[in-house]
Ligand binder design. Sequence first.
Ligand code: SF4
Length: 333
Amino acid sequence: MLPGDRSITYSPAFTLVPTYECFNRCSYCNFRREPGEDDWLDLEVARQRLAGFSTVSEPSVGAPKSVSAHSLIEVLILSGEVHPRSSRRGDWLRLIYELCELALDCGFLPHTNAGPLSRAEMAHLSEVNVSMGLMLEQLTPAVLKTVHRYAPSKEPELRLQQLVWAGELGIPFTTGLLLGIGETVADRRETLDAIAEVHRQWGHIQEVILQPHSPGQRQLFPGGACDGDAFLATVELARDILPDSIALQIPPNLAREAPLLRNCLAAGVTDLGGLVPLDEVNPDYEHHSLEQLQTLLLGWGYELKSRLPVYPQYIEGLSPRLRDRCRAIQAAL
Ligand code: SF4
């Protein structure tokens, strides 16, 4: 955001979940199902879900001809994780790739977050994603003994490696912190420092999400909601540590009280993330309507603007196919 700019961005998005099954058992999770207890998303079902939003009359003809402020742009492919050594890992990757292709064919821009990937898997999916993401959450090994005790893919080094590979592969990347899961202020600082350091080397971190832990009905972790003052202090800390080129994002449904939301914006939050019909990760927390957010922000002197799931400075670096899609949508906004 330029000095004096009062724009706050959001991504008009819709989520497709290839599978809720996950071999991890994070104790705060309100998303996962046991492997074998979930039918994977059928491509035809996904096609029908996207058809309701698509302005492309015939799939495969390209980008939408016009995009209004309310139109969907991003398809977030959000998946539980199939174990890297599972015989079904290849099928899972294939499904994710095909869902991304489908989203592109329907005129949307895919962004995938499917947990840690191998470098080859990441490179493969980058062919059909304008950006990708993975929450770093917290680097401290302390939470491996608590909330991540049964979550092998929450190994901090593994997740940090994803950020490095994304940099090497030139993938515009979204990451973030989960706050209030037992970490200290020093832990938060360490995680933010690590993100800033990786970005200094590769320049590919487009946004950092600060997600306050918000208890849900299905979780086992008995911890309460992240304290509002501590959350705001982390926003201030993040803005201080992270380079200005990285957008700072909070989910408005998890910072729902107007004073907190306003204070977060004043402290440097520039983005409200994907405004989706259902927050799959926090299903107990409904999003504001777009109109509610617009009214709130306008009253505070901000303008809410839609954006693409890839930030403008990264569009030129995409493959010609993805770049052309982005440009067409940008031109229609
Ligand atoms: S939080 Fe993510 S990685 Fe952890 S169990 Fe839930 S779906 Fe799996």
